[in-house]
Design a protein around this ligand. Structure first.
Ligand code: NAP
Length: 282
């Protein structure tokens, strides 16, 4: 019966251009799972909407959902349990809805797949232990990336527009915070990661760094997914650096979400194909 189909989705705002439905619906099809992944665009101007969404998971037949800006921290108040990693990072981007059979009630469990997604995307191109890595940003995504890099044995340096936040993040995860003026090729960063929203559409010509600040032969990952080829990645190419687009991280973190929801490996190739087909259309 159509009414029994489980629903998965993305909670955030604004999310109309999200690449997630294409990837997850392709995964469901490839894995033979009767489910639908859809968008839940919740206006931050209506604070009750997030609470109502969480209380109504049964009504919406939810099996789980992804969470993005601006709710990765706010959603934590509605979780019954957290994965320890999500608790340490302080942000939830994946929720699994389980059943408490005794009380016939839904149980919400929060996870974070951003750290794993970033590491997997970087690991396709480089080994991380001992590498000098610059992370730009100190928001939710930067926290996940810094945590993951530190755990992987990288030598992590954080820069942020608001320096106090970079310092607080560096203190919390026992890494270094640096000033903008240090960012030049002589600083010898092997990997540079943009975990800010700078360069996102409609400000796609903006970049925190210019080519003359990037070391030749280094690796640059931009978490921004829209546009796919950001100005920072163009500057990196010009500097003779290798690049990784945010879409690659998005793909790996989505595959981790699938595993959390269904307890088995994601049909990675089907998700990858759907993602790039969707990007082609844009
Ligand atoms: P967030 O918590 O709102 O943090 C935003 C960060 O960007 C802060 O460090 C902020 O600095 C900085 N920033 C914003 N505008 C800036 C400007 N004009 N100049 C300099 N710095 C600026 O957001 P988030 O959740 O961490 O997300 C950050 C980005 O990562 C977004 O583009 C998001 O879409 C992307 N992301 C991608 C993936 C993926 O899978 N590819 C996953 C997660 C997130 P201040 O502290 O000074 O305000």
């Amino acid at each position: 019966m159509g009414g029994m189909k489980k629903v998965y989705g993305l909670v955030g705002y604004p999310i109309a251009h999200s690449l997630s439905p294409a990837m997850h619906n392709a995964a469901f099809k490839a894995a033979g799972i009767e489910a639908l992944y859809r968008l839940f665009d919740l206006d931050p101007g209506k604070p009750d909407d997030l609470a109502n969404f969480c209380y109504e998971v049964d009504l919406n037949q939810m099996g789980g959902f992804s969470v993005t800006i601006p709710y990765k921290q706010a959603i934590m108040a509605y979780m019954d349990f957290y994965d320890p990693l999500a608790k340490t990072i302080g942000a939830v981007n994946t929720v699994k809805v389980k059943r408490d059979k005794k009380h016939d009630a839904p149980v919400l469990i929060g996870y974070n797949t951003d750290a794993g997604g970033a590491l997997a995307a970087l690991n396709e191109k480089t080994r991380l232990p001992g590498k000098r890595v610059l992370v730009m940003g100190a928001g939710g995504a930067a926290r996940a990336v810094v945590y993951g890099l530190k755990a992987a044995g990288a030598d992590v340096h954080v820069f942020n527009r608001t320096p106090e936040k970079a310092q607080a993040l560096a203190d919390e995860f026992d890494v270094n915070s640096i000033e903008y003026r240090i960012i030049k090729p002589e600083a010898n960063f092997d990997v540079i990661i943009n975990a800010t929203s700078v360069g996102m559409t409609p400000n796609a010509t903006e970049s925190l760094l210019h080519a003359d600040q990037i070391k030749k032969g280094s690796l640059v990952l931009d978490l921004v997914t829209d546009p796919m080829r950001t100005q920072l990645l163009k500057e990196a190419k010009q500097a003779g650096a290798e690049t990784v687009a945010g879409a690659r991280m998005l793909l790996f973190q989505a595959a981790l979400q699938f595993k959390i929801w269904f307890g088995r490996e994601a049909p990675f190739e089907a998700m990858e194909k759907a993602l790039y087909a969707e990007l082609e259309k844009r």
